[in-house]
Ligand binder design. Structure first.
Ligand SMILES: Nc1ncnc2c1ncn2[C@@H]1O[C@H](COP(=O)(O)OP(=O)(O)OP(=O)(O)O)[C@@H](O)[C@H]1O
Ligand SMILES: [Mg+2]
Length: 448
């Protein structure tokens, strides 16, 4: 977890407050008991109990099943079934979802209830994470929900209900979850590049996992085969990498030993066969090391991510956060999280401070990253357009105390953001969703 000033990767011990499994507290009863005790001590009659701060939840309309008009799309990504309905209630839970909320309520010591009986399940589909957009009015508890997943105080722990990540009760922050905060967070005394590289410094040397990287170019030349990957490969010299699916068939199904690392996205292996023209496609599968990288490898990787979020390495890498605009600082915060490739990325209005062209570019980058690395992403936004463009799953929250009003599926993006948002059919979908949300919100208010 990467909330300064604590180390992003340091697995923080569970907070001293009640664990997630604690019995739900009845704050009304506690307050009434306390008032009665004080009154007894003062020799005064006990005051009448205060009205409940958590009124019964309003009647929430059933999820809308009416189909939203479909947008003509290019070929769906491989992991999306062509027959997938445009918008439909979610299927029932499968074993060990990535995240599961079951009747989760958060009531602060003041008696204020931020979210009430929130339940949802985010499945773990083989080879891909879900992109979950979270929509809802200000103050409805969106940040509360993702900070609970992150295990961050004071939203964590919940007052009642269960929060599971990978089937386990959340006990605090962990390196499997990376968060981009609503208010950009960086270390003021570190330069941009040192901020971005920071999480890698904290990684244990042995941390490695099997990763597949898409090959964008493979060339046999000068006694070596040079392979370029679409995102940092993090392979190491001397390790074995399996290559498959490249157009140059001679490479396929073979294990190669990494000979040298040219850049975060380039490496060479020994040449087999004659020289060749550049080929593309396929994947390289090997162990990627998130930790134990040399200082220069960390800085090279940080430079890659600085460029990826649209900052200029030469111009910006050695600036301090105070020398950056709000949007630039937010991009540093995003790079700090993405460089660590967490399995679950929690993003709290990450693009709110960006100008429209940068925002569209960042949306496209995020989609690319999602396709490439398959994390599960929780993405809070106030923009229905952004939620529909990015998400393949949308959670709509009610007014405070937040509850899940709608749990919807939409097809994931298949075109660049600007192109998609010029499509009139896309606007139809957005308008329809806006009308649905307005209806749900007004009926929820009517039930207050
Ligand atoms: N530490 C706290 N103590 C008491 N109340 C809190 C605390 N933190 C948040 N809240 C309250 O919980 C409610 C939900 O807050 P949260 O930050 O989750 O809302 P949000 O949906 O993210 O809103 P926004 O869209 O404005 O960011 C708000 O009414 C907020 O004032
Ligand atoms: Mg918020």
């Amino acid at each position: 977890m990467s909330e300064p000033p604590t180390k992003p990767d340091a697995a923080a011990p569970p907070p001293p407050s009640a664990p997630a499994t604690a019995k739900p507290r009845d704050l009304d009863a506690e307050a009434a008991a306390l008032a009665a005790m004080e009154a007894e001590l003062l020799g005064e009659p006990a005051p009448a109990p205060a009205p409940s701060p958590t009124p019964a939840p309003p009647e929430v309309p059933a999820p809308t099943e009416a189909p939203i008009p479909s947008i003509p799309r290019a070929a769906a990504p491989a992991h999306v079934s062509a027959s997938q309905p445009r918008m439909a209630p979610l299927a029932t839970a499968k074993p060990i979802p990535v995240v599961q909320f079951d009747k989760v309520t958060k009531t602060y010591p003041s008696g204020f209830t931020a979210i009430k009986d929130v339940s949802f399940t985010i499945e773990d589909y083989p080879g891909r994470g879900e992109f979950v957009s979270i929509l809802g009015p200000s103050g409805c508890g969106k940040s509360t929900v993702i900070r609970m997943i992150a295990g961050l105080l004071p939203q964590f722990p919940q007052s009642s209900g269960t929060v599971l990540v990978d089937g386990k009760i959340v006990k605090g922050p962990g390196p499997d979850r990376g968060m981009v905060f609503q208010d950009y967070t960086s270390f003021d005394n570190r330069t941009v590049i040192d901020n971005v590289a920071f999480g890698l410094e904290c990684r244990p040397a042995g941390l490695a996992k099997v990763r597949e990287r898409r090959i964008v170019e493979a060339v046999r030349k000068n006694n070596a085969i040079t392979l370029r990957t679409s995102s940092p490969h993090l392979f190491r010299e001397g390790e074995s990498v399996m290559i498959d699916g490249v157009k140059d068939k001679h490479l396929n199904g073979e294990a190669f030993v990494v000979r040298s690392i040219m850049s975060p996205t380039e490496f060479t292996v020994e040449q087999r066969g004659p020289d060749s023209q550049p080929s593309s496609g396929g994947i390289a599968r090997g162990m990627s090391y998130g930790g134990g990288l040399s200082a220069s490898a960390r800085r090279e990787l940080a430079a890659y991510w600085i460029k990826k979020v649209g900052l200029d390495v030469d111009r910006d890498a050695h600036k301090f956060p105070s020398e950056l605009s709000g949007g630039m600082r937010q991009r540093v915060a995003i790079a700090r999280t993405l460089i660590l490739e967490p399995r679950i990325i929690l993003m709290d209005e990450p693009f709110g401070a960006l100008d429209p062209p940068t925002r569209a570019r960042m949306q496209d980058n995020l989609v690319e990253l999602w396709r490439e690395q398959s994390p599960t992403i929780f993405f809070i936004t106030h923009s229905i357009e952004e939620a529909v463009f990015l998400g393949d799953h949308i959670l709509v929250f009610s007014n405070s105390p937040g509850t899940v009003l709608q749990n919807l599926r939409v097809p994931p993006p298949d075109r660049p953001s600007l192109e998609m948002q010029r499509d009139p059919k896309f606007h139809e979908v957005v308008l329809e969703l806006r009308a649905t949300i307005d209806k749900l919100e007004s009926s929820s208010r009517a039930g207050d």
